[in-house]
Design a protein around this ligand. Structure first.
Ligand code: ZN
Length: 137
């Protein structure tokens, strides 16, 4: 596996409207994008911190992955996303190393990135996402 940096940290929140003012007014970050990802039943808000983003996730459906997460564990850090290149090859390689994948193949995430999740049972409890930005190529 070859990781260039932490692409983003995903944080589950009950309400973007309540969470964004904390990130903007207290932490002094600027929300530069709000986007719904229908596929994952979430609304996302993004902040840049160096070359890493904070991705706030608000559920749009109690049965969606973030809805269920908040129901079980409450608000908090949900996942960590690493930036990689050749995401398809990376997935094959780590699967061959015995890591269970949630996504066998990359799919489209927020901001047009190709993303795939690894199963937290195989990653010592950290829900892990790989991201590749193919838009810049
Ligand atoms: Zn993410």
């Amino acid at each position: 596996m070859s990781i260039s940096h932490i692409e983003h940290i995903g944080i589950a929140v009950k309400s973007l409207d309540e969470a964004i003012p904390y990130y903007e007014n207290v932490l002094g970050l600027k929300c530069y994008n709000v986007e719904e990802v229908k596929d994952q039943k979430v609304k996302t808000a993004f902040f840049m911190v160096g070359q890493t983003k904070i991705e706030l996730l608000e559920s749009t459906d109690p049965e969606g992955p973030i809805g269920k997460y908040i129901e079980k564990k409450g608000e908090g850090i949900h996942h960590i996303a690493f930036a990689v290149t050749n995401i398809e090859d990376q997935l094959k390689q780590i699967e061959a190393q015995g890591v269970r994948l949630i996504d066998q193949k990359p799919r489209k995430g927020a901001e047009g990135l190709d993303i795939a999740f690894l199963h937290p049972k195989s990653t010592l409890g950290v829900l892990t996402e790989l991201c590749e930005n193919k838009n810049n190529k």
